[in-house]
Design a binder for this molecule. Structure first.
Ligand code: OOG
Ligand code: NI
Length: 397
């Protein structure tokens, strides 16, 4: 209900998303008709309903509230992503909230990549700006505390009645709607000098869905069909190359959304109409989850100038060999039953952030004295970040 209601709201806000969802559904139906075997990666019904979202918050407190909210949907923080270390750094640290058990994922194929602004990193925020950003963030309330209390109660009870769920879901979704409140132009522009992501997170008093991503079984075909409709996609598909043999991990591509009308207030409080271009459309295809050993090979293959050319120097061509060599997870070790990758790829995430921004972040020369780490983020979230490899291992056994 939550994912479907978010999708409904986002479709009304970003019309190109509705086109993307339609084309994705067509690609999936056509693909399954000609490759029935690919439903082993997920039934047509599941794949077509499946989404990931992306949201961005400013403080550990806000992140803990998000954790409380998502716990009502059986979604828990999995993994740690530090996008500050990417080739083109983004001033955030992130995790992904998602169901953790195979049967829960089948019923609720939804995950939300959740980033927190790295205000303590002096390479992006000097002491003065950090103080002002943290003061601004400390005085806003993204969520009604009562909503988070209700969420925690639902999680503790293991569910709630449908009538309660309806109202609860509506309120949860509303927390992610694009706000009509005027944006302080001077403040927004100052933060934009640091990074467009900093402005998107801390330049406003609310949060919103940055994007919502449908899943397809053939992303190359999706790319062709969207381009054929005159929608300009970014110039590549991120993640593994298209290969013969098992599809691994996650392939993603995106297009920039149109500028959206927003209200701005100038320093005299005068409000006028302007626009922002921060949201976009993204689509993805998912393959088998790699073991740590498989992931090492993957990282080596994609470091090459043309990963597609060297792929088979690293990887075999069949699921049977992947299973035998311990490169990927299969249920009961059976190579016809891949465990699908449910997480994200840091390089693609940073690439997706970047390809949809007008300018890279401004990285200063100060040293990074922040202590962001998986343990730090666990503390902020208020619960341990789960290890994706443990979850895949469990799904496989
Ligand atoms: C999140 C970017 C990461 C993905 O698909 O890798 C992401 C964001 O833009 O806030 O969504
Ligand atoms: Ni995404």
């Amino acid at each position: 209900m939550f994912a479907a209601a978010l999708s409904h709201m986002y479709g009304a806000e970003v019309p190109a998303y509705t086109t993307l969802v339609q084309v994705s559904a067509e690609v999936n139906a056509d693909h399954v008709a000609s490759h029935p075997n690919d439903e082993r990666l997920g039934s047509l019904e599941r794949v077509t309903a499946e989404r990931h979202g992306a949201i961005r918050v400013g403080t550990p407190h806000e992140l803990a509230q998000v954790a409380g909210l998502f716990s009502a949907f059986g979604m828990y923080p999995v993994g740690y992503y530090d996008l500050r270390t990417a080739a083109s750094p983004v001033p955030v640290v992130s995790t992904a909230f998602r169901p953790t058990e195979s049967d829960e994922l089948a019923r609720n194929p939804f995950r939300v990549f959740t980033s927190m602004l790295a205000t303590a990193d002096a390479r992006f925020f000097d002491a003065d700006l950090r103080t002002r950003v943290e003061r601004f963030l400390g005085s806003r309330a993204l969520f009604d505390p009562e909503l988070i209390t209700a969420a925690r109660a639902i999680a503790a009870d293991g569910g709630c009645a449908r009538e309660v769920a309806e109202g609860f879901v509506a309120r949860a979704v509303a927390a992610f709607a694009l706000s009509r409140e005027p944006i302080d132009r001077t403040w927004y522009d100052e933060l934009s000098q640091v990074s467009a992501v900093a402005a998107d997170i801390a330049g406003v008093t609310t949060t919103h869905i940055n994007h919502l991503t449908p899943r397809v079984l053939d992303i190359d075909e999706l790319y062709r069909r969207m381009s054929g409709r005159g929608i300009t996609m970014i110039d590549s598909i991120q993640g593994p190359p298209r290969v013969h043999g098992p599809a691994v991990l996650l392939r993603q591509t995106s297009f920039r959304a149109l500028a959206e009308p927003r209200l701005f207030a100038d320093e005299h409080g005068h409000v006028s109409e302007g626009s922002l271009r921060v949201r976009f459309g993204e689509v993805e295809a998912r393959g088998v989850a790699l073991t740590r050993k498989g992931r090492e090979l993957y990282d080596r293959a994609v470091a090459a100038p043309d990963p597609g050319v060297v792929w088979h120097q690293h990887f075999p061509a069949t699921d049977a060999e992947f299973a035998e060599q311990g490169l990927a997870y299969y249920r009961g070790g059976n190579p016809t039953e891949p465990v699908v990758y449910e997480d994200f790829l840091p390089a693609s995430a940073a690439g997706i952030f970047r390809s949809n921004l007008d300018a890279d972040a401004h990285v200063g020369h100060a040293s990074d004295n922040s202590e962001y780490s998986p343990d730090w983020l666990s503390g902020a979230v208020g619960t341990d970040l789960l290890d994706p490899y443990d979850l895949y291992q469990k799904a496989a056994s």
